[in-house]
Design a protein around this ligand. Structure first.
Ligand code: CP
Ligand code: NVA
Length: 304
């Protein structure tokens, strides 16, 4: 089925602030409606193709379940069992999928791959994580904050960990879009890209001292120290990042009302202690569950 107006979701700012907030509001409503047992079929007879170049638990499950819950269907193409693994160009794959399905979701190593795919696509393309950004995670994270604390404008989030990764980049983009403050505590060698930080300077800043970065913040957030694709650098990253672990001392600096977020998967004892991720300030299960509802709202916005 052709789309009346083609939209992609490759970066957070593919949505305006108003659209982002409207999407979160719809996600909260879709969650309540699903929990009431209501049947919804806004994507009846629609198909999503998913391409995963890397592992996934949450992204794959939430998109597949989400399509079913909206009356549609999702299919999974891994490079090893599709012609992508035998060298078919990504642009050709994109053109073919545009003839057959209604929306495509890609998790790729390189951000350029999804951009190439989208450049020839006539169906909406969704970024399910690249080396540069993870915007679907930010939809769920923002939904979670709105549920727990209300509008995020004016709030402060502390990011502890590598500053040059997909998750930190997505938090920087979203800080600007939704107007919250992001304190980034990271090793100097793993600082965010200057251009990105410069473009978001009113909302995101580097704070050298970990304790100062966390003082009285609303949220403390972190991510694995070695992202997918960085396995060979694990030892070096672990040693650079060990001073940035989120532990009880950090959470007490943040204050008792602060919440802890993590996109998962988590490594207890590395970027976060078990006492924090399994403790009373952690909202990680609600956050993970919101992937389902936020992405259903995204699918309705792009496809229905
Ligand atoms: N947070 C996240 O994207 O999880 P998966 O890698 O399991 O999809
Ligand atoms: N930064 C992590 C996020 C996993 C959801 C990675 O890219 O592996």
């Amino acid at each position: 089925m052709s789309q009346p107006s083609l939209r992609h979701f490759i970066a957070e700012d593919d949505l305006t602030r108003d659209e982002f907030i409207a999407l979160i509001e719809n996600a909260i409503e879709l969650k309540a409606s699903w929990k009431r047992g209501e049947i919804r079929d806004t994507l009846r007879n629609r198909t999503m193709a998913m391409i995963f170049e890397k592992a996934s638990t949450r992204t794959r499950t939430s998109f597949e379940a989400g399509m079913v819950q909206l009356g549609g269907h999702a299919l999974n193409l891994t490079p090893t069992d599709s012609q992508l693994g035998r060298g078919e160009p990504i642009e050709d794959t994109s053109r073919v999928l545009s003839e057959m399905v209604d929306v495509a979701m890609l998790r790729t190593h390189s951000h350029e791959t999804i951009e190439h795919f989208a450049s020839v696509s006539s169906i909406p393309v969704i970024n399910g994580l690249t080396d540069k950004l993870h915007p679907c995670q930010l939809l769920a994270d923002m939904q979670t904050f709105f549920e727990v604390r209300g509008n995020i404008a004016g709030a402060t989030i502390a990011w502890l960990g590598a500053g040059n990764t997909n998750m930190c980049n997505s938090f920087i983009n979203t800080a600007k879009l939704l107007d919250f403050k992001l304190n980034i505590a990271c090793p100097p060698d793993l600082a965010p890209d200057d251009a990105l930080l410069g473009a978001c300077a009113s909302n995101a800043e580097l704070i050298d001292d970990v304790t100062a970065a966390c003082e009285n913040v609303d949220v403390v957030v972190t991510d694995v120290w070695a992202s997918m694709g960085q396995e060979e650098e694990t030892m070096q990253l672990n040693s650079l990042l060990s001073p940035y672990q989120v532990n009880d001392q950090i959470m007490s600096c943040a204050g008792k009302d602060a919440i802890f977020m993590h996109c998962l998967p988590a490594h207890r004892g590395e970027e976060v202690t078990a006492s924090v991720i399994d403790g009373p300030q952690s909202v990680v299960w609600q956050e993970a569950g919101n992937r389902l509802h936020a992405q259903k709202a995204l699918l309705e916005m792009l496809v229905a």
